[in-house]
Design a binder for this molecule. Structure first.
Ligand code: SF4
Ligand code: SF4
Length: 102
């Protein structure tokens, strides 16, 4: 029973001091959680402290591999809107590439 930090972690240091069990440590290429020390904050806090402060959606997973802060949960941007904006950015990028090569 432990959480996991994955590669989208940006090494912001925010979670490390909040862990009641000193389970989070700096590593390369990103912070990690010692599964032996992590208790998922049960008995100390109502919510996992690391996930409660992490600014990156999807950077921390539960023991089943589910994202504690799934896409849209922190930004408030729906998946549909996100896909729409990404498509617009991609279209603008492609248009710029084509204009450059013309
Ligand atoms: S869930 Fe709690 S105990 Fe586990 S790493 Fe995060 S802050 Fe530490
Ligand atoms: S708060 Fe999130 S992004 Fe920052 S170091 Fe911890 S896991 Fe990485």
């Amino acid at each position: 029973m432990a959480l996991e930090i994955i590669e989208s972690c940006v090494n912001c240091y925010a979670c490390e001091p909040l862990c009641p069990n000193e389970a989070i440590y700096q590593a390369a290429p990103h912070f990690l959680i010692d599964p032996v020390k992590c208790t998922e904050c049960i008995g100390d806090f109502e919510v996992a402290q690391c996930a409660s402060i992490c600014p990156i959606e999807g950077a921390i997973l539960d023991e089943l591999g589910a994202e504690l802060n799934p896409p849209g949960s922190l930004t408030g941007i729906s998946l549909e809107m996100l896909a729409k904006y990404q498509a617009a950015v991609e279209a603008t990028y492609q248009a710029a590439l084509e204009a450059k090569s013309a």
